[in-house]
Design a protein around this ligand. Structure first.
Ligand SMILES: NC(=O)c1ccc[n+]([C@@H]2O[C@H](COP(=O)([O-])OP(=O)(O)OC[C@H]3O[C@@H](n4cnc5c(N)ncnc54)[C@H](OP(=O)(O)O)[C@@H]3O)[C@@H](O)[C@H]2O)c1
Length: 342
C-alpha cells in the first residue's frame, strides 16, 4: 500500500465535502487502487490543523463538524493563524488541494499557495479558477520545470467535468465551445420563465436556497462564466484574456423580456461562447428557440457544446454542487496519486 499525503487549503463548502467523501471512501479506494490518501493538513482563513502522520477517518469526519472558520479549535494538532509554508515544512504533502475562494483581482491566496506548493515539490489539484485565469502560464511553466502535475477539472462544470475530454481531442480543430456555464444565473432565469418572478425575486429565492452568494456579482455580471471560458481557451491552446471577453449583465433581463420571448416560442438564456477560429469570446443574453438543446437546460443544470471540424459533443449535468465537485476534486487527486506514486 502506497501512502500519498495531501494538504487541503480552504475548508468551506467544497473542502468539507471533499474531506467527508474521502473519510467515507478512502478504505474502499485503497483496496481498489492500492493507494491510501492521507490528509496531513487542513487550512481555513483563521487557522490550520497539521498532523504529519495523517488524520484518521474519525478525525476527518469530526473536523467537518467544526463551525465555519473554526478549525483552529480542533484539539492538539490545531493552531490559530494561516501559514502555508509551515504546512510544507512540517508535513511535506505530496499533493496540494487548493479550495480557497476565487479572487479575480489578484488571484490570491490561491496563486501564492499553488506556486509555493510547486516550488516545494507538490503536485497541485485546484477547484479555484482565479489563479489559472490570471496566471496560467506561470503556473504551468513552474510545473513543467519541476515535472509536476496541475489538475483543475473541477474549475469548469465541477459537477460535470469535461475539460479532460476537451484536452484529449488533440487531432481535432476545435471551432467553438459554447454553453450555459453558470448554475446561479441559469436557476434565476428558469425561475423567471417557470414561475414568472422578476429578476430581484428570483435572485432572492436563489440566495435563500444557497444557490446564489450573498454578493452575487461574479455570477450575475458574467465574471464566473468568463473565467471558465478563459480556462477552456488555455485547454485548447488558444488563450483569451478574461478582460477581452465581452460580458453582458444578466440583471438587464426583465420579466417583460421573458414574456415577449415566450410569446415567440423562445427562451432567454445566458450563453457563454468561445469562437476559437475568430478568437473571440462572450457571455451574452440570448433568445433561443424552445427546441434548442440549451433551452431544455434548466435550474442548476449546466450544458456545453464542443464543436470541432469532425464532431459535436454535448455535456449536460450539474454545474457545481458540493458532493459532485468534491468527487471531481478527488478524481483529480486519485489520478495524480495513481500516475505518480504507484
Ligand atoms: N461551490 C461549488 O459548487 C464550486 C464548484 C466548482 C468550483 N468551486 C470553487 O472552489 C473553491 C471553493 O469553493 P467553496 O464553495 O468551498 O468556497 P467557500 O465555501 O467560500 O470556502 C472557501 C474556504 O477557503 C477559506 N479561505 C479563505 N481565505 C483563505 C486563506 N487566505 N487561506 C486559507 N483558507 C482561506 C475559507 O475559510 P473560512 O472557512 O474561514 O471562511 C473557506 O474555508 C472556490 O474557488 C470556488 O470558486 C466551487
Amino acid at each position: 500500500m502506497k501512502n500519498v499525503n495531501i494538504a487541503v487549503i480552504g475548508f468551506g463548502n467544497i473542502g468539507r465535502a471533499f474531506v467527508r467523501v474521502l473519510a467515507l471512501k478512502r478504505k474502499l479506494l485503497a483496496k481498489k487502487y492500492g493507494v491510501n490518501i492521507n490528509v496531513v493538513a487542513v487550512v481555513d482563513s483563521k487557522g490550520m490543523v497539521i498532523k504529519p502522520s495523517g488524520l484518521d477517518d474519525y478525525e476527518m469526519l469530526k473536523l467537518c463538524e467544526v463551525p465555519k472558520s473554526g478549525i483552529y479549535m480542533f484539539g492538539s494538532y490545531a493552531k490559530q493563524g494561516v501559514n502555508v509554508e509551515e504546512v510544507y515544512s512540517k508535513a511535506a504533502p505530496n499533493i496540494h488541494v487548493e479550495l480557497t475562494p476565487a479572487n479575480y483581482v489578484s488571484g490570491e491566496p490561491g496563486f501564492t499557495n499553488i506556486m509555493l506548493a510547486l516550488k516545494s515539490g507538490a503536485h497541485v489539484v485546484t477547484a479555484n479558477k482565479a489563479p489559472l485565469v490570471l496566471h496560467y502560464e506561470d503556473i504551468m511553466a513552474e510545473a513543467r520545470v519541476r515535472k509536476l502535475a496541475v489538475k483543475f477539472r473541477a474549475t469548469v462544470m465541477g459537477g460535470t467535468p469535461f475539460l479532460e475530454v476537451l484536452a484529449s481531442m488533440k487531432s481535432h480543430d476545435i471551432e467553438k465551445v459554447e454553453g450555459i456555464l453558470n448554475a446561479t444565473t441559469n436557476y434565476i432565469l428558469t425561475e423567471m420563465h417557470d414561475n414568472l418572478l422578476d429578476f430581484e425575486q428570483a435572485l432572492k429565492k436563489a440566495q435563500a436556497l444557497g444557490i446564489a452568494e450573498t454578493d452575487p456579482t461574479l455570477d450575475i455580471e458574467g465574471f464566473d462564466a468568463a473565467a471558465k471560458l478563459t480556462i477552456i481557451s488555455y485547454v485548447i491552446g488558444k488563450p483569451i484574456n478574461i478582460n477581452s471577453i465581452y460580458r453582458e449583465s444578466v440583471t438587464k433581463i426583465t420579466l417583460k423580456d421573458v414574456l415577449d420571448a415566450v410569446k415567440q416560442g423562445q427562451v432567454i438564456k445566458y450563453i457563454a461562447s468561445l469562437d476559437a477560429q475568430k478568437m473571440v469570446a462572450s457571455v451574452k443574453i440570448e433568445r433561443i428557440p424552445r427546441e434548442n438543446v440549451f433551452a431544455q437546460i434548466n435550474g442548476t443544470l449546466n450544458g456545453v457544446k464542443i464543436k470541432s471540424d469532425a464532431t459535436e459533443l454535448f455535456f449536460i449535468g450539474r454545474g457545481g454542487g458540493r458532493m459532485e465537485t468534491a468527487h471531481t476534486v478527488l478524481d483529480d487527486v486519485l489520478e495524480v496519486a495513481l500516475r505518480w506514486f504507484t
